[in-house]
Design a protein around this ligand. Structure first.
Ligand SMILES: *[C@@H]1O[C@H](CO)[C@@H](O)[C@H](O)[C@H]1NC(C)=O
Ligand SMILES: *[C@@H]1O[C@H](CO)[C@@H](O)[C@H](O)[C@H]1NC(C)=O
Ligand SMILES: *[C@@H]1O[C@H](CO)[C@@H](O)[C@H](O)[C@H]1NC(C)=O
Ligand SMILES: *[C@@H]1O[C@H](CO)[C@@H](O)[C@H](O)[C@H]1NC(C)=O
Length: 670
């Protein structure tokens, strides 16, 4: 494009993206030059010259011509720029003419996050968090347009079967303006790196109505053909140039969630390629770039509005189901009972799955995270929940030992908090692991931990839960909504509060009151017997120290004061674990009231069967008085025989799908 031997370097600085079709050469002995051009063309000379450009200007050894064009060409070579060369006496020696064709190309996305693809956003090529941030968003297409037959997450197939699937994808528009066709040999290609192609697919819409904005015809909306443009097998593909003023629509599908090997960002490029010579690859003369971030999986804390409650019918659990049915009906939500042929006797609905959601400016739907636990309920998330606008994701533990800590009773999330000025408007994920100094112990598998940390927007907190026989954080903590302070309270199981209550009963003359009255197959025990059992007291001192350790972590990591925490009177006892000889771990001594279901202002609490005072259970009375101050209503559900005795309670046996946050995750300041 330049001819260094003739001392004029034609460098082209172009606002529009231009194809250079011919160039110029200055005759030998040239001493002056002048420039002329058509209306569409702007140029400048560097270093700047004095005087008018139309009169001969001295030709300097390193003069450079900078050219730009203000509008796209309507036809090939429709603009011109000519340079006239003069000799010593300003006699004309020759003329060079540049034929110019300008093509406007813009690959566009919804970089301002309003659900509409705007035109050539200046920030579309990068991604920034926060309300003043920018950058397009992509969903993992993890729901299934098929509800029954041949069901699988849509992202597992590399074609579009239903037009309804397009709403789960992000729209990308290629806007072009220029002559009817590109000059011979030039072409447009879309390309992506191998690493990024593992995470997305790009389909092109061939629907005619989408092609030309100037089209006068209204075409049928139903579209059959969405050719695959980019995938992990096709990293680069030519896309048609439509000519004139045109828009071509693409649909971008996310394939995987952020993880420890994927930060969530994906770049897609579109280039105009220029032919050099036959057998030599074309070179890009212009590249436009867009960046997407894959939406994270987000958990929903107890303070969000419930939508649907899930429990299992194991045919032996009728009292529990009756209690849950009443509570859910009273609260006005949907109750879904998983039948026995699906749960195959596995009643731990909390443990097999965690409900969350994914969100973007154009689409939002719930996504179930399936635990590697894989009890008899293992097919429930995939078979019963995956469907249109209901996504599914799982992590499979390879080689790693899956323990009880991989059940999702051990995966919770706090309400929104602010910690030392740092805001967590989506709360923080809470998991339980082995004590940090333990040389061996149970942990949540690395694949699940990696997944949770990689979502970034609910930065996890690891608590110590391995001291519990079952090992789940929901055995000693939960959150309930509150009208004041931070909008919630942390409830903690507290043996100290338990002993205080029992001693109080003893001191007030109720030492002979009995626990577990009215339960079949359960021996009663008096308040005196509990208080006087030194062994039990020692065990509970240990449990209290484990909970206190977690209490400190929670206070620090959630920015809580003591006033934000309520201690519930709950006693534990230590038992030996079957296989691992001589490891003592804790289980609840009576139904573990903190292991509750929270449905708005209604709490479904395991019925503790505590000692009665004046006909009323003292534990229930204490629980109610603690909760009533927060405007919460307690319903006690009998889970004794079919949950408590199997080392779980109401929360372990249920699950709640909740409304998503109003807060948009991309508005987080990171
Ligand atoms: C445009 O100009 C180039 C260079 O002169 C030439 O090769 C090409 O054929 C021209 N195209 C048209 C359509 O005139
Ligand atoms: C996309 O374009 C950017 C900037 O032009 C470049 O750094 C990157 O390597 C390109 N990626 C691919 C896959 O072409
Ligand atoms: C539970 O399942 C049994 C059959 O196994 C059925 O008779 C009973 O009605 C079911 N209970 C509820 C509450 O759905
Ligand atoms: C368990 O997981 C925690 C949190 O990720 C980690 O810090 C710890 O090292 C793990 N412990 C073991 C014994 O693997």
């Amino acid at each position: 494009l330049y001819s260094a031997t003739f001392n004029i370097l034609c460098s082209f600085y172009l606002q529009l993206h231009v194809i250079f079709l011919s160039c110029l050469s200055a005759p030998p002995r040239s001493k002056y030059f002048s420039v002329k051009c058509t209306a569409n063309v702007q140029y400048s000379i560097s270093p700047p010259t004095s005087g008018e450009d139309l009169s001969p200007t001295p030709l300097n050894g390193n003069s450079v011509l900078l050219i730009s064009m203000s509008r796209a060409s309507e036809s090939e070579n429709d603009s011109k720029l000519s340079v006239q060369y003069y000799g010593e006496n300003k006699e004309v020696l020759g003329r060079a003419v540049l034929h110019l064709t300008a093509v406007e190309i813009s690959l566009d996305v919804d970089a301002d996050r309003d659900g509409v693809v705007e035109k050539n956003n200046a920030n579309k090529g990068s991604w920034k968090w926060g309300p003043n941030g920018h950058g397009a968003i992509l969903l993992v297409n993890c729901d299934s347009e098929q509800k029954f037959w041949n069901k699988k997450p849509d992202c597992e197939q590399d074609y579009v079967t239903k037009v309804s699937d397009l709403k789960d994808m992000s729209v990308m528009v290629l806007r072009t303006r220029g002559p009817a066709k590109l000059p011979e040999g030039y072409k447009l290609t879309m390309h992506i790196s191998q690493g990024h192609a593992e995470s997305v697919r790009v389909f092109r819409s061939t629907s005619p109505e989408l092609h030309k904005t100037l089209s006068k015809f209204i075409y049928n909306n139903f579209v059959k053909n969405y050719p695959l443009v980019l995938s992990s097998e096709v990293l680069s593909q030519e896309v048609p140039y439509l000519g004139g003023v045109a828009e071509m629509k693409f649909h971008v599908e996310g394939l995987r969630f952020p993880d420890n090997d994927f930060d969530g960002l994906v770049t897609i490029n579109l280039s105009l390629l220029e032919p050099i010579a036959t057998d030599i690859p074309e070179t890009p003369i212009f590249t436009d770039q867009v960046v997407f971030r894959v939406a994270p999986w987000i958990m929903t804390p107890n303070t969000l509005q419930p939508v649907e409650v899930f429990v299992c019918n194991t045919s032996d659990n009728n009292p529990f189901l009756k209690g849950m049915r009443n509570l859910v009906a009273k609260s006005g939500y949907k109750l879904t009972i998983c039948p026995k042929y699906v749960n195959r006797g596995d009643r731990w609905m909390q443990d097999e799955l965690e409900f969350g959601y994914i969100d973007s400016p154009h689409q939002q739907f719930p996504v179930v995270l399936d635990s590697p636990r894989d009890g008899n309920l293992q097919d429930f998330p995939y078979d019963e929940l995956l469907g249109p606008d209901f996504g599914y994701v799982t992590r499979v533990a390879k080689r790693e030992h899956v323990s009880s800590l991989d059940s999702f009773g051990n995966l919770e999330v706090s309400p929104p908090v602010t910690v030392n000025g740092k805001k967590y408007p989506l709360g923080r994920i809470i998991i339980g692991v082995a004590f940090p100094t333990a040389t061996k112990g149970r942990n949540m598998t690395k694949v699940v931990q990696d997944f949770l940390w990689a979502q970034k927007v609910q930065e996890p907190i690891a608590l110590f839960s391995d001291w519990l026989y079952v090992g789940h954080v929901d055995e000693f903590m939960t959150f309930v909504p509150a009208p004041n302070r931070k909008g919630f309270r942390l409830l903690l199981a507290s043996p100290d509060a338990g002993y205080k209550l029992f001693r109080g009963l003893q001191n007030n003359g109720h030492g002979k009151a009995k626990m577990f009255e009215g339960l079949r197959d359960e021996k009663t025990i008096t308040v005196d017997e509990i208080v006087d059992d030194e062994n039990l007291q020692a065990q509970n001192n240990y449990v209290q120290s484990c909970i206190d350790w977690n209490r400190d972590v929670l206070k620090r990591e959630l920015g809580l004061d003591d006033e934000d925490i309520i201690d519930l009177p709950i006693l534990f006892m230590l038992v030996t674990e079957g296989e691992e000889e001589s490891v003592l771990r804790a289980v609840a001594y009576y139904p573990d009231m903190v292991n509750m279901i929270v449905l708005g202002k209604n709490l479904g609490i395991p019925k503790p069967f505590g000692p009665k005072v004046n006909g009323r259970c003292a534990l229930e009375a204490e629980m109610c008085s603690l909760m009533e101050g927060l405007g919460l209503s307690c319903t006690f559900i009998d889970d004794f025989a079919t949950y408590h005795k199997l080392l779980g309670e109401v929360h372990c046996g249920s699950n709640v799908r909740r409304e998503p946050f109003d807060f948009k995750w991309w508005n987080l300041e990171m």
